[in-house]
Design a protein around this ligand. Structure first.
Ligand code: NAD
Ligand code: UFG
Length: 344
């Protein structure tokens, strides 16, 4: 059945891959994005890959009620919303917490109020594994307490709480997806992650080193209580994550859930920083120059999902391999050395 879906932040890394999956499933999309951290070129390429023009773009800010209303009007009737628009840099959230509360929390409030006005109460929200804070038992399960340790994670937990209250107040259908560490790109190499400036995250930094844009990868800490001393994360292919959104929406359309459906989206397999680098070297045949430096403030030694609930409830599991994450991420980097921009 063809549905109309409003996607905030649809031009971003995860949003663009999700738009592609939904267009390929035949849905009609309206994207609301202010291009704060993305480019319209991503959406042009998404339509080209999907062979579909069923994507309407409204350029605007999710905190602006009139822009959100315009997106609803552009769609006609909206069957569901996926809310990606938001900020994600932990360090920046520490130096500018008000901005994070404004975009992430106020933006979600403005969006939810507009959804209510327009009679669409089906929402998939981008949450984060950092909601669990610095846990000591693994794998992480959704029934474990949230304990955010930085303003970024606090804003995501605050939105989860707001959505819980909304569900309890009436007829809302909500899924909060707690993403672990998405990496890689669409296998075509046409869309991918396009961070502005120096990448904060391991994977895009590593691919830029591989491309010769940066001279070496700095590994933050070699003295963690892990087998090789570097931090462990649950990395998943961005296409697996994109597919989880389609499945979450289908689930919300088919079943009634009184409380938000909170799901970890990860693989259940942990990789250390060194294992990720070695995996990339194996998949690409390249060598990544490394330098070990001190720990990065705020890093947790380990993060690892229990993906069981997503498997049981949605029938979703990550099936793409580390090799595919590396190969596809590298093919995006090689084909687009300056991302979507013409000049680096
Ligand atoms: P991204 O920055 O690539 O995408 C976010 C998109 O939202 C961009 O297109 C940006 O231009 C847009 N946007 C930002 N502020 C906006 C505003 N005020 N109004 C309208 N559009 C706005 O990030 P991403 O990696 O695709 O992440 C998507 C969502 O998932 C974010 O909410 C992020 O916090 C969350 N998340 C990301 C990760 C990750 O590792 N990438 C992990 C957990 C959660
Ligand atoms: N790392 C390096 N060198 C780098 C970058 C990262 O050694 O140049 C290390 C980090 O210290 C950490 C690991 O690689 O041990 C992963 O770091 P990332 O920054 O790639 O990922 P994080 O787990 O720290 O955080 C990311 C996003 C958050 C999100 C979280 C969970 O930045 O927004 O994943 O999805 F919430």
């Amino acid at each position: 059945m063809v549905r109309r879906v409003l996607i905030t932040g649809g031009a971003g890394f995860i949003g663009s891959h999700t738009c592609l999956v939904l267009l390929e499933q035949g849905h009609e999309l309206v994207v609301l994005d202010n291009f704060d951290n993305s480019s319209p070129e991503a959406l042009r390429r998404v339509q080209e890959l999907a062979g579909s023009t069923q994507l309407n773009l409204v350029e605007g800010d999710v905190r602006d009620p009139s822009a959100v209303d315009q997106a609803f009007s552009a769609a006609g009737t909206v069957d569901g919303v996926i809310h990606f628009a938001g900020l994600k840099a932990v360090e920046e959230s520490v130096s500018d917490p008000l901005h994070y509360w404004d975009v992430n929390v106020n933006g979600s409030r403005v969006l939810a109020a507009a959804m209510d006005r327009h009679g669409c109460r089906t929402l998939v929200f981008s949450s984060t594994s950092t909601a669990y804070g610095k846990p000591e038992t693994f794998p992480l399960r959704e029934d474990m307490p949230t304990a955010p340790v930085n303003p970024y994670a606090e804003t995501k937990v605050a939105v989860e709480q707001m959505l819980t209250a909304l569900c309890r107040s009436g007829s809302w259908q909500v899924a909060c997806l707690r993403y672990f560490n998405p990496v890689g790109a669409h296998p075509s190499g046409r869309i991918g992650e396009d961070p502005m400036g120096i990448p904060n995250n391991l994977f895009p930094f590593m691919t830029q080193v591989a491309a010769g844009r940066r001279d070496r990868l700095l590994i933050f800490g070699q003295d963690y209580p892990t087998p090789d001393g570097t931090c462990i994360r649950d990395y998943l292919h961005v296409m697996d994550l994109a597919e989880a959104h389609g499945m979450a929406l289908e689930h919300l359309w088919e079943r009634t859930t009184p409380d938000p459906l909170t799901l970890n989206i990860g693989t259940g397999r942990g990789l250390s920083v060194l294992e990720m680098v070695r995996g990339f070297e194996q998949a690409t045949g390249l060598t990544i120059p490394l330098e070990f430096v001190g720990r990065r403030p705020g890093d947790v030694p380990r993060s690892l999902a229990s993906p069981e609930k997503a498997q049981t409830v949605l029938g979703w599991s990550a099936h793409r391999t580390l090799e595919e994450m590396c190969r596809d991420g590298w093919s995006w980097q090689q084909g687009n050395p300056a991302g979507y921009r013409q000049n680096p």
